[in-house]
Design a protein around this ligand. Structure first.
Ligand code: KIV
Length: 273
């Protein structure tokens, strides 16, 4: 969505109102320089807890802490002048009670300056979503594949193949939408089900490994930029192939340093007279 005239950042209300009108463009961002590059092109920037795996080399998102999310939320907020910014509540920071969720969501909003939080969960989190939204915390829901549940779900895999799985995801999306989420991530969900959910809920669905019929799409930026050589899941389209460029640049730098070609005269400071 374009903002006209004086730059004003999009809000969660604007994103909610895009349902049925314009597709929502969302990417993850974790740092100031990358957020600055993505901001003009995105409606939503998500400071996802995927940063644990992408930036910190963790195997799952379970080890990500609230302090990490707040630090990266602040970094992204320093860059943005257009997109609405949402920060993930990490594992363990909201599941215990709706009061715990509220306390930690308020910390994230106050300390990072972001526009809302995202949390994973369906029916079991609906009461929390309602509690937060009734108290001024915009909530981005997340159903389907929920990476924070990796230890009980038995790994990362697409969902909705069986009738039982599909019914659960259907109920989850409906519960979170009715509880007041302004939008919902639908992750790793079979295409016809993601399509059906998109028509049945009143708020935008943002798909990742879901359906082109979703109201918007999100990808992990590092995946779509091709920064990983060894990770190419089916749902990722590479819009650039940066990892060979980075390797090549490092190789050229190393050659120049070893050969004494860098720094050149133009990179050094001479005494001013
Ligand atoms: O953590 C994350 O980046 C996410 C998106 C992939 C939806 O939750």
């Amino acid at each position: 969505m374009s903002t006209h005239g004086k730059q004003k950042r999009l809000t969660t209300t604007t994103i909610r109102a895009m349902k049925g009108k314009e597709r929502v463009v969302c990417l993850t961002a974790y740092t100031t320089p990358i957020a600055r590059l993505l901001d003009p092109h995105c409606d939503l920037l998500l400071v996802g807890d995927s940063l644990g795996m992408v930036l910190y080399g963790m195997d799952t998102t379970v080890g990500v802490t609230l302090d990490m999310m707040i630090a990266h939320g602040r970094a992204v907020m320093r860059a943005v002048s257009h997109a609405c910014v949402i920060v993930d509540l990490p594992f363990g920071s909201y599941q215990e009670s709706k009061e715990q969720a509220f306390r930690n969501a308020v910390r994230v909003l106050q300390e990072s300056g972001c526009d809302g939080i995202k949390l994973e969960g369906g029916e079991e989190m609906a009461e929390t979503v309602a509690f937060l939204t009734a108290r001024g915390v915009p909530v981005f829901g997340h159903v389907g594949l929920m990476p924070q549940l990796v230890n009980t779900a038995g790994g990362f895999r697409s969902l909705g193949h069986s009738q039982q799985e599909a019914d659960k995801i259907r109920r989850d999306a409906a519960a979170v939408a009715e509880a007041g989420a302004f939008a919902i991530v639908v992750e790793g969900t079979v295409e016809p089900l993601a399509r059906e959910i998109t028509t049945s809920v009143a708020v935008p669905t943002i798909g990742i490994g879901a359906s082109p019929a979703c109201d918007g799409q999100v990808l992990v930026s590092d995946d779509m930029l091709g920064l990983f050589n060894d990770f190419k899941p089916r749902f990722v389209k590479r819009f650039a192939d940066l990892s060979p460029l980075v390797s090549k640049a490092a190789e050229s730098y190393a050659e120049d340093v070893r050969a004494g070609r860098f720094p050149g005269e133009e990179h050094t400071f001479q005494i001013r007279r």
